[in-house]
Design a protein around this ligand. Sequence first.
Ligand code: ADP
Ligand code: MG
Length: 457
Amino acid sequence: MTSIESKRVQYRKYLERAGVIDALSKALIKLYEEQNKPEDAIRFVRKFMCESCPDDAQYDVMKNDLEEAKTHISKLEQELERLRGQIKKSPEEYQELTTEGYKSLMDDEENVSSLLRKYLTPELLEEYMLVTTPAPVDAYLYDCAVSGFEHHDAPVGIFAADADSYDVFNKLFDPIIKDYHGQMDNENDVLQKDPDFGNVDEIENLDPERKYILSARIRLARNIEGLPFFPKLTEKQFIEVEEKVRSATETMDGELIGSYLTMADIDAETQAEMVKRHILFQRGDEKLTTAGCYRFWPTGRGVYHNPAETFLIWVNRQDHVHIMSMAQCGDLGDVYNRLVNGLTELEKTLAFARHPRYGNLTACPTNLGTTLRASVHIRLPLLSKDPDRLLALAEEQQLQVRGTDGGELSTVEDGVMDISNKRKLGFTEFELVKTLQDGVVTLINAEEELEISGQEG
Ligand code: ADP
Ligand code: MG
């Protein structure tokens, strides 16, 4: 017997032993005996072999039940989140949570780099533990630091729960802000100059031939005066922010005219597609979740944008509003001009929280000051081959290099990088946009030099 024949015999024995041949034969006999031969013979055999399987009608019912159960679970989860949000912790509970959180942060010998860990001394903890910001917000230190207590690898570890947090817990926030932003002035100094958008005409198209820059974007973050920041917004206040922004956008003019979409009305598929086109946000990481950023999601979240998608306002992403201007080219001047117009329009109706020392207030201390991030998505194939030189040049120009999905340089897709101003506090808006302009011109020049030397060599 050849080896193939012997394998066949073995397989046949196996099928007999397992009852497969018997079951199949019975099914085929049953089909043979059937007077009215079914159209779908395979279905007939399958049904015969699987006596306890549900029929099509039963299957549809089960599928429906499952969908209903899923919807019900998600409603219950939202309800649970809402109820949790309404539970007020007693001062004793705050004290216990703060003590435990602090202990776990300080006991962790492996994650020692957070600014919260660096500046929250036992003395400050003692002093601030039971202090609250003014009613009705009543934010405790714990409300600001909960994320850093839980996520020891967070670089900063603290968010302001409201505008008053910056003053009430100032001996903690101030050194963190100075450390992060590199400001070492004495306590009475104003760190952030008055807003100054300068001469918009000095900002230009950085890549008229569209060789390197895929898109340009400038964003600002703002919070509406008198309302807490995301860690302490109530469900009603999330909606209040949305309503205020929606009505403020109604008077927009010219190229700023657009429409507002609330997140709950955008289906999941469209959301994903809009995120991919960089015009919508989604939930962020665990650190923001712990800080309370996604409570009552998707309530109060949404986006305003013009049809060209060059002017956008994100509502309740983190700060109450992120105002953005974009272009699918390197025309930074056009982007800047539109941003300034959009902000001016919004400020006619909305008053935003400002601080005499820190400028525009944001929940995250890293965004304080101008809150301005001007960026280009740019492809510099030759320069990218020498990351050390690229990063050194960027550093020299006070620029930050990231991946295009908001990640680190390692996530650079297809050679496209996100290059932006690194500093946000201590300079005027104009100075920062000019920094990006000058820096990007320098990088493009370096790329062009490499192109030329490549051709010569
Ligand atoms: P920010 O903190 O400025 O909002 P993120 O890194 O969180 O920046 O990015 C938010 C979204 O904006 C992402 O989809 C990102 O790809 C997009 N984005 C940032 N800069 C640009 C740019 N120059 N061109 C196009 N999209 C951009
Ligand atoms: Mg943004």
